[in-house]
Design a protein around this ligand. Sequence first.
Ligand SMILES: O=P(O)(O)OC[C@H]1O[C@H](OP(=O)(O)OP(=O)(O)O)[C@H](O)[C@@H]1O
Ligand SMILES: Nc1nc2[nH]cnc2c(=O)[nH]1
Length: 180
Amino acid sequence: MANVAEARGILNSSDILFTAEEVNAAVDRMAADITRELGESYPLVLSVMGGAVVFTGQLLPRLIFPLDFDYVHVSRYGDKTQGGELVWKTAPKEDVRDRVVLVLDDILDEGHTMAAIRDKVLAMGAKAFYSGVFANKLISKDKPIKADFVGIDVPDRYVFGYGMDVRGAWRNLPAIHALK
Ligand SMILES: O=P(O)(O)OC[C@H]1O[C@H](OP(=O)(O)OP(=O)(O)O)[C@H](O)[C@@H]1O
Ligand SMILES: Nc1nc2[nH]cnc2c(=O)[nH]1
């Protein structure tokens, strides 16, 4: 965890990649796409804690159709900027069986987190799996999964804000920043 001075220093030297207005416009577009695709399927929406909390909180009120909501909690970065082993803190529950499941996350980077969630949800008997990520990182490696719904593409830099942390801080920012 960064201290206050470190956290402010990180923010002051960061680059803003997407403003709050651009973020909101991307969420509007995603909500329209998701509504078009899943509006009649009564999906179970799972939010991936903790990074997806801001995105989920702003997307859900834009989805004006019946859905159920729950969360999973999985992490593989912790306080670091490189991914490690995936740790399940709260796994999907049995009620994914026979449901159309939409999993929401803040970012698809190497894709290991979302691919592991997909594999678990389908192994537990979900009828269909969809993924929605606010940010898709443009990396040179192949990913094990491609998101069905994407808000913005971000360059291959460590990004933070809008739910994404940097050394534990700044999940609360309304814009998308990148570390220098
Ligand atoms: O595509 P990947 O390379 O697997 O990375 C994406 C995952 O990394 C972040 O989670 P993190 O492990 O940092 O946990 P957090 O949500 O608590 O920040 C983010 O919220 C995604 O879940
Ligand atoms: N905060 C943050 N979390 C991530 N998890 C995977 N990639 C990233 C990233 O660029 N930023």
